[in-house]
Ligand binder design. Structure first.
Ligand code: FMN
Length: 362
């Protein structure tokens, strides 16, 4: 238990809502393509505390073609609520029709991606490059908002580069055309994932809107980081991506801290191994045994690193090609325990490396 004396004092803030959609907490799961899929979201939901989860970015065209890839990206289950689906694209008609398609499937909210820095996405005029074209972008967003009854949010960066900080202007314009909330990653497209998150830049977005919630995002890994994000920017909610990979208990910790000033510790090696095994089972349910094994490798990499599993066993996991081989490796990992500390101690919050600068791969 981390006591109130060790933690910052929680602020007293009203609950947040995306239009008519009331969120159970102000702590949101940020989309991480390749990670925040249904198996991971099920784990996060079971632990509790998350106010809204968003799918990985989904190509609006692929969605309308109903490709297998997009079907898996939007796969959900009754416990995975409330859920926003994040779409990207630069064709107004396709984006509006994709939003209607999702509304008809019962999705709670639509999120428009305006932050993706990857060239493959920006060169088609979508993702972060939308931040370079004001009128066109605002009318695309307005069209999506008008096409559906469910709330529409936008996730963006501060701007393309330091010379073009356009997020405050966009946020104001989006509010005027009916956007229900904006999430803002406090970096420019030029920065990629390098440098520090600019909380003053996020504050400028908060100051630019009248009443919609602004969700602050970037580098939040602990309760203290979340408190600082709220205090320094005045944002209404916080979204957490990589911090949730390192510590899936973070949303539960934040909810308890907000209510009581204290929070429970993160899990141990054994707790995390239990989550990993359960998530692997959910991956098999989603993709079938053969496709689940390669699908799960990237995720397992971070789990096993954060659990201080010996490199030889991590390697053995990556070489396993069948469910039986994966399970056998997991049994060995369980028997061996962590290389540092004990299997019952709280795990450190791990630093998760990410690509730096404008990137081709997230
Ligand atoms: C591997 C990876 C995948 C990402 N995928 C998406 C995505 O699909 N859509 C999106 O809006 N942002 C995406 N992001 C950005 C995150 O949502 C988030 O804005 C960024 O990582 C900063 O928040 P964090 O420090 O809490 O992770 C991705 C980031 C990473 C590292």
């Amino acid at each position: 238990m981390r006591t109130a004396a060790e933690l910052p004092v929680p602020p007293k803030l009203p609950p947040i809502a995306y239009g008519p959609l009331k969120l159970p907490s102000r702590w949101l799961l940020s989309p991480l393509a390749g990670f925040t899929n249904l198996p991971f979201r099920r784990i996060i939901r079971e632990i509790g505390g998350v106010g809204l989860a968003t799918t990985d970015l989904v190509n609006a065209r692929g969605l309308l073609e109903n490709s297998t890839k997009t079907q898996e990206l939007i796969a959900t289950c009754p416990e995975d609520q409330p859920l926003a689906v994040q779409i990207f694209g630069s064709d107004v008609d396709l984006m509006a029709r994709a939003a209607q398609f999702l509304e008809a499937r019962g999705v709670a909210s639509i999120d428009i991606n305006m932050g993706c820095p990857v060239n493959k996405v920006t060169k088609t005029g979508s993702g972060a490059s939308m931040m370079c074209r004001t009128d066109e972008t605002v009318s695309l967003v307005e069209r999506v908002v008008r096409s559906v009854r469910i709330p529409v949010s936008v996730k963006m960066r501060l701007g393309w580069d330091d010379q073009r900080i356009t997020a405050p202007r966009f946020a104001r314009a989006f509010e005027q055309v009916g956007v229900a909330a904006v999430a803002i990653h406090g970096r420019t497209r030029q920065q990629g994932f390098s440098g520090l998150v600019n909380r003053d830049g996020i504050k400028a977005v908060v100051d630019a809107v009248r009443s919609i919630p602004v969700i602050g995002n970037g580098d939040v890994r602990t309760v203290a980081d979340a408190e600082r994000m709220l205090r320094e920017t005045g944002c209404h909610g916080v979204s957490i991506g990589r911090g949730a990979l390192a510590n899936p208990w973070i949303f539960k910790q934040l909810v308890k801290w907000e209510a009581t000033g204290s929070c429970d510790p993160t899990g141990s090696f054994d707790d995390k191994l239990t989550l990993l095994r359960r998530q692997f089972t959910y991956a098999i349910e989603l993709r079938g045994p053969e496709r689940a094994v390669p699908f799960f490798r990237k995720m397992a990499h971070w789990y096993l690193k954060s659990m201080h599993v010996a490199p030889t066993l991590r390697n053995a996991f990556q070489q396993a090609h069948t469910v039986a081989a994966v399970e056998q490796t997991l049994d060995e990992i369980a028997a061996r325990g962590p290389t540092v500390g004990s299997r019952f101690e709280q795990l450190d919050e791990m630093h998760i490396p990410v690509p730096s600068g404008p990137v081709e791969h997230w």
